[in-house]
Structure formats: structure tokens, C-alpha cells
Design a protein around this ligand. Sequence first.
Ligand SMILES: Nc1ncnc2c1ncn2[C@@H]1O[C@H](COP(=O)(O)OP(=O)(O)O)[C@@H](O)[C@H]1O
Ligand SMILES: [Mg+2]
Length: 231
Amino acid sequence: MSAPVVHVSGVRKTYRSGSIEFEALCGIDMTIDEGEYVAVVGPSGSGKSTLMNLLGCLDIPTEGTYLLGGEDVSTMSEAQLAEVRNRRIGFVFQQFHLLAYLPAWRNVELPLLYAGLPRAERRERAVAALERVGLGDRVRNRPGELSGGQQQRVAVARALVTEPDIILADEPTGNLDSASTAAVLALLDELHDAGRTIVLITHEHEVAARASRNLVIRDGLITDDVLVGAR
Ligand SMILES: Nc1ncnc2c1ncn2[C@@H]1O[C@H](COP(=O)(O)OP(=O)(O)O)[C@@H](O)[C@H]1O
Ligand SMILES: [Mg+2]
């Protein structure tokens, strides 16, 4: 058995501003195995974004440990975290976060550029990732020439291109109409079926129901861990 992709234990996160402290995560334990599709679901203010920042190595916990692919990332420096982030995590955000002046394939190759790969390989892998998300005919289009759903699929291609350990999607359908939402969720289903590990963060129970497991978060604690198993 290989180590779980995510192993979080006793994680707390306290925000401080001046003399005021607020504990946004109050002792989180969670394990995610390779190939799982897990949704973290909870209302606004429950700690989802705080947890996403920790899982995505954008921040470190105040207390507790986080092993990502067996590697302890809970005490790493900013530079070490940046390297782990680029190697192990593919991000998909609500606001797409694409660069407007770059064609789709240039957006998708960015993580490979940061990783220092040669240009020909970057291009080949970026085009393959765009084909994977059904945008093989849009590689030269800039984000402004694409629909919202297509832009989010470009973002998914960018998340996939490094072959990360996890795809971490924070409210990926929050900005999409229902048709584009359906297309993006269908794409996540496909990636799950192909063996990808996916963590989806959402406040919408219908979106969470697409995952195979739901972790319910409330006031900084995981209050439920349920198999959904609709698929
Ligand atoms: N930088 C911060 N400083 C102080 N409090 C924060 C900060 N970020 C978030 N919080 C508080 O932590 C709690 C959880 O926030 P967040 O993780 O953004 O929840 P969610 O994403 O589920 O809406 C909220 O009460 C929020 O006000
Ligand atoms: Mg949030």
C-alpha cells in the first residue's frame, strides 16, 4: 500500500489581527487515498478556503501535521512550498485565473515553464492537456474568445498538465451557468474515472453529491464523513 495522498492530523489554523485571535480550523483530521474524489462541503464561513489554502500548500497550519504524498509539508518554507505546489497540486479556482493576453496553450504550459521544462515538451504537453478537456480546436484562442465553461476547461487542462498528485478545485462551478456547470462536472467525473485524485471544495450540496465521498465542515471542524456513491 502506498501512503495516502493527503494525511492531515490535528490541524488548527488561528488567524491573528492585533490582539484578536480567531480559530478558523479547530482540529482537522482527514485522509484521502489515491484515486478518491472527495468533496469538502460546508456553509460560508465554515473554514473551506482556509482548509483549501492548507491542502494546496498556500499556507501552513498553526498546529498539527500535513503529509502530502508522504512528505511533511507542515513546516516548510515559502520556497519549499512553492516547489511542492508546482509539482504535486493542480489548482482550479472559481475565477479561472487565466492570463487574458496569452492563448490557451500558453496558459496551460505555465506550470511546466515554472518547472523548467524545454519549450517543445511544454507545448506538446499543453496541447495534449487541451485535447484531453475537449479543447483541441481552441489552443490558440485567448480566454476572452472562449465561453466561461471553456475557460474553466482551460484551467482544468492547466491543472492536469504537470500530472499532479491531486487536483484541488475551489468552487469550480461557482461562476458558471448550468450548462457549463454540467460540462465541468462531467469532466471531473471523467478524470476521476481515469484514476485522478480530486478534492472539490463547495458550499453546494448538489455539486458535492458528484464526488464519491463528502467531508462536511462546520465551524472549523469536520462533522461528517460520508460515502456518496451515486456513481
Ligand atoms: N485572514 C483572516 N483573518 C481573520 N479571520 C479570517 C481570515 N480568513 C478567514 N477568516 C475567518 O475564518 C472563518 C473561515 O473562513 P473561510 O475559510 O474563508 O470560510 P469559507 O471559505 O468556508 O467561507 C470565517 O469566520 C472568516 O471570517
Ligand atoms: Mg471560501
